[in-house]
Design a protein around this ligand. Structure first.
Ligand SMILES: NC(=O)c1ccc[n+]([C@@H]2O[C@H](COP(=O)([O-])OP(=O)(O)OC[C@H]3O[C@@H](n4cnc5c(N)ncnc54)[C@H](OP(=O)(O)O)[C@@H]3O)[C@@H](O)[C@H]2O)c1
Length: 215
């Protein structure tokens, strides 16, 4: 598949690129192409050292939209509207949101927009796109540890069955990830809210790479 990551230069974006680019064509997007170039070089070097194959391409965020079948939004949720305003051609695309709006006080707290979740907000802003919430609960650090398997469940929800199926296929193509069908996009607030929960558990229980696996 051709998968592009908007904000692909961040911790989660680069981690995803490291894993996905071994089996898929991946576009790392940025507001600045030279930043995407640097991220691609870094990821490419790490994969080359391990003798792993990869297909990684630097581009702008608009280049991600232009080239990808699946567009992943991997930016801080508060920058969503401004980022969408800067892009064209998102109609009809499968758009995966892994964004988890939250704030930090003495603990991490889910802080959704008035629409209910970042994914629902995205669907309202882009009514002609197929929004899917997925990959919300996997820590960036774990994506980046290529010597370790990614063995988590990935909750996937959407109001577009074809987009959900394609995204589940993508999830199941990565390491030991297991896609679970969580239903319609209305479920996305519960999925996004798992992330502050696991971060709080990691922090207060002094555990690393906390995630979820549903049996
Ligand atoms: N970190 C995790 O472990 C994790 C896990 C699951 C989900 N998530 C979610 O994934 C998303 C990205 O997380 P992250 O930790 O990778 O975040 P991040 O490093 O803070 O940001 C990711 C990228 O977003 C772009 N960005 C930053 N400010 C922006 C702005 N004002 N307008 C447009 N783009 C902007 C930057 O790319 P350019 O400067 O190159 O444009 C940046 O590299 C978040 O919504 C988070 O909730 C994170």
């Amino acid at each position: 598949m051709k998968v592009g990551i908007i904000g692909g230069t961040g911790g989660i974006g680069q981690g995803m690129a490291l894993r996905l680019s071994q089996n898929h064509t991946v576009y790392i997007g940025s507001r600045k192409e030279e930043k995407a170039q640097a991220a691609c070089e870094m990821c490419g070097y790490a994969l080359k050292v391990l003798g792993l194959p990869f297909d990684l391409n630097p581009t702008t965020n608009q280049g991600v939209v232009d080239n990808s079948e699946i567009v992943v939004f991997s930016i801080p949720a508060e920058n969503l509207e401004r980022t969408i305003d800067s892009l064209t051609g998102l109609e009809g695309k499968i758009i995966v949101s892994l964004m988890n709006p939250m704030i930090r006080t003495d603990y991490f707290k889910y802080n959704p927009p008035e629409e209910g979740s970042a994914a629902i907000q995205l669907q309202k802003l882009l009514p002609d796109s197929k929004i899917v919430a997925a990959f919300n609960n996997i820590p960036a650090g774990k994506w980046q540890k290529l010597s370790e398997p990614l063995d988590y469940s990935v909750c996937v929800c959407s109001d577009h069955e074809d987009a959900k199926e394609k995204t589940m296929e993508l999830v199941n193509s990565i390491s030991e990830l297991e896609a679970v069908n969580a239903g319609p996009l209305a479920v996305s607030p519960y999925i996004e809210a798992i992330t502050p929960l696991v971060i709080n558990i990691a922090r207060f229980s002094k555990k690393r790479d906390v995630g979820v696996y549903f049996k």
